[in-house]
Write a protein that binds this ligand. Sequence first.
Ligand code: AMP
Length: 416
Amino acid sequence: MQTIDNFKFAGKKAIVRVDFNVPLDENGKITDDTRIRGALPTLKKVLADGGSLIIMSHMGKPKGKVNAKYSLSQIVDAVSEKLGVAVKFADDCAKAADAAAALQPGEVLLLENLRFYGEEEGKPVGIDKEDPAYEDAKKAMKASQKEFAKTLASYADCYINDAFGTAHRKHASTAVIADYFDAENKMLGYLMEKEVQAVDNILSNINRPFTAIMGGSKVSTKIGIIENLMDKVDNLILCGGMTYTFAKAMGGEIGNSICEDDKLQLALDIIEQAKAKGVNLVLGTDCVAADDFSNDANTQVVPANAIPEGWEGLDAGPETQKAFAEAIEGAKTILWNGPAGVFEFDNFTAGSRAIAEAIAKATANGAFSLIGGGDSVACINKFGMADKVSYISTGGGALLEAIEGKVLPGVAAIKG
Ligand code: AMP
């Protein structure tokens, strides 16, 4: 596989798919530039080697229509400032051939939002899924998606995908475009390489013991991951809202706690699977129960299977926190996805904080720790502990699909 370190960019044009889907305030100002910063090493490498850049990204969900609210023109100044180069802008990503051809080494062209074209996602625009004509429209769209990808590819000599956040999508710019480049002219960017390596560390290259912590609100959204991890982990902590589905499945009283009544059997199956596979399954034994779903609710610590009527479990209790810490602190590989409580309320952060602190301790002792998938990243940032873990994924959905063991189209298109 070609790599960004081996490729000779001098005099070449590189088209780079990045994830510049940054949040903007009502005045179009960027409120969090993490994603732009994440792509800089790749972009700077191409420029430093004497190449020129054609940068492409999506922003928001314009659904195949031009919408000024999602125009990437709003971030031109920020990207220019970060790259130290005056970035040119092509206001139609499918009509940028001349602007791309005119690029000199060291110059940068940013294309307008790819999703102003339905072809990017390959979904028919303006036609309902229920419409009998939808399937034909979808077929036609797949054909024009190829044309769109071919047009983008024609702008450059080589293709780099550095957008891990969309790697689980088979879109024109994330996967289809790769068909128009030979193997030696397409590669993963640095951010993608790091993400792929991090996933590899927890799925294939595992240093034991391996502890996975799955939290969040529901079992149903995490079941694919739980099943894939069951064959790999030594310790599996299941926490957060799913605690109460397990407690109820085992005959407990859970008051008003969040519960998926149609997943009680699934919970029992998971317990059986863990036993059969020799996985140490750690479930909450006590919890902080509240008399209202609010930060200022009255609270009491009660067994997770004996929650009084009218109360609901909103965080892990002290005994549970200790059990979590024990399963984490001795680990050499750690994955954390999903909080142990309603961490958005300051009074219900203790369980998640105990997890974060144990991960930090294990990491300091040489463990590899990967934090990913939305809310656990928000959690670790809220606690100011981002620099105490090995790797924080930028991926969200892409990371979750990778951990489920699914092939990511954006990676496969380059790796083959
Ligand atoms: P998820 O998106 O499935 O990872 O879930 C994250 C959400 O789960 C966060 O917003 C948490 O507030 C929520 N959560 C965690 N523990 C609980 C709980 N015990 N009761 C209700 N919601 C919870």
